[in-house]
Design a protein around this ligand. Structure first.
Ligand code: HGY
Ligand code: MN
Ligand code: MN
Length: 413
């Protein structure tokens, strides 16, 4: 039985979350750390120091993933990996991704202090990118480790300032062959601890979420092209107005999503208007679409029909449409055997938990396609996430870490 009730564990978690959030803190107390940017680099270097302090052997791979290794006595054994992503959305919260990394460092440090060397090697990873916040591509870290992502996927990718992906990667020192090979074939399983980013656990007073499935998701950029013209002298029937077309399409999308299925979600989160001037009818609008559901067939049917309907609406407005699908991830089932280790521990200790689906994408969605993977949640206050108001109580952080410690102890000792 692990007596991991040392008060230090509680303080370590909350104070380390605060410490890490200082790398990229925004003026309204959010966090912005974008792949390979300066704050990202400083955060990875700071985590490298923290891993060393925790008694782990830190090392980078050539993509910029940072590992902390606790060597097992059975040298040829495969590696048990835990961790999450270091990048954030713009002005995001301090727990999304960061919590899984901090939890892994604390857990491995605790295990080696309390139980000495494990039989199986344990590693915690700070994955370089998951969100797709800087470049139009997600899961660059876990995708390179598993082989889902390849160098050719980023050849043409640029950020919104026109900086090429490859240049940003090389400038940060990666992609130059200076570090360990990224692709790994020595992993036995992946366990990710993450904040729920929803409010189910808090509403139902559950301490832990054991995720059974992660929803599938697709992301698009839709560009509508009309004609810019004078706002005062162009009669309404003569206009080819990209903004009014886009407004009708977005209304149509959200109405259709509401009618499709209570668990179906569709989001337009980003929009650019050209020339974006009050007295000029817009020539072009580009907006993002993010759709999610646990059934691939439903995502396929929805996207096929909604884009057909989009084309008809554009014809009525005499505007043109271009649709670019830049992200498509299948729904992924988590490993029942791994999840059962968590539920057995939670039941034994009478800790209220819920088996649930994840509406958010995670690196577990990638690892889960290649190796046994378990995703565990702790509550998010009011379900707020991707926001400076993201918050999880220290006691909830600790419960998640205690569970992680026990699961890793079960697997590695
Ligand atoms: O958008 C998501 O689902 C995740 O937070 N990247
Ligand atoms: Mn996120
Ligand atoms: Mn995340």
């Amino acid at each position: 039985m692990i007596k991991a009730d040392s008060p230090a564990l509680l303080n370590q978690a909350e104070e380390m979350i605060e410490w890490l959030s200082s790398y990229g803190r925004t003026e309204n107390n959010g966090v912005t750390r974008l792949l390979y940017d300066e704050k990202w680099q400083k955060a990875q270097q700071a985590l490298k120091g923290k891993m060393k302090e925790a008694g782990l052997a830190p090392y980078f791979d050539d993509t910029g993933n940072l590992y902390g290794r606790l060597e097992g006595s059975e040298k040829e054994s495969s590696v048990i990996l835990t961790g999450s992503h270091i990048d954030t959305v713009m002005d995001g919260g301090k727990y999304d991704g960061a919590y899984g990394i901090i939890a892994g460092i604390i857990a491995l440090n605790f295990l080696s202090k309390q139980y000495g060397q494990p039989k199986k090697t344990l590693e915690v990873v700070s994955l370089c990118e998951e969100e797709g916040s800087r470049f139009p591509l997600t899961y660059w870290g876990s995708g390179n480790i598993t082989g889902l992502r390849k160098k050719e996927d980023i050849e043409k990718a640029k950020d919104t300032n026109g900086i090429a992906f490859n240049d940003a990667m090389n400038k940060a020192g990666f992609g130059l062959g200076q570090y360990a090979e990224t692709k790994r074939n020595d992993l036995s399983c992946f366990i990710e601890l993450h904040v729920e980013q929803g409010e189910v656990l808090e509403r139902e007073n559950k301490a832990v979420g054991v995720v059974s499935h992660i929803v599938g998701q697709r992301r698009y950029n839709v560009t509508i092209t009309g004609e810019s013209n004078h706002a005062g002298t162009t009669p309404m029937p003569y206009r080819k107005d990209a903004v009014s077309t886009a407004a009708e399409l977005i209304h149509h999308l959200t109405q259709k999503a509401k009618k499709t299925d209570p668990a179906f979600v569709a989001t337009v989160g980003r929009m650019e208007v050209t020339p974006n001037i009050p007295n000029v009818i817009a020539r072009e609008v580009t907006f993002s679409i993010d759709i999610r559901h646990s059934e691939e067939a439903l995502l396929e049917a929805f996207s096929t029909s909604v884009f057909d309907e989009f084309k008809q609406i554009c014809e009525q407005h005499q505007t043109k449409i271009h649709i670019e699908n830049w992200m498509k991830e299948q729904p992924v089932k988590m490993c029942e055997k791994l999840s059962a280790i968590s539920t057995a521990i939670l039941e034994k200790e009478n800790i209220p938990y819920k088996v649930m689906t994840s509406g958010a994408g995670h690196d577990s969605q990638v690892f889960g396609q290649y190796l046994p993977t378990s995703l565990l949640f702790v509550p998010s206050h009011k379900g707020i996430s991707h926001s400076p108001f993201e918050h999880t109580e220290a006691a909830d952080l600790e419960k998640g870490i205690l569970l992680l410690i026990k699961v890793l102890h079960n697997l590695a000792y």
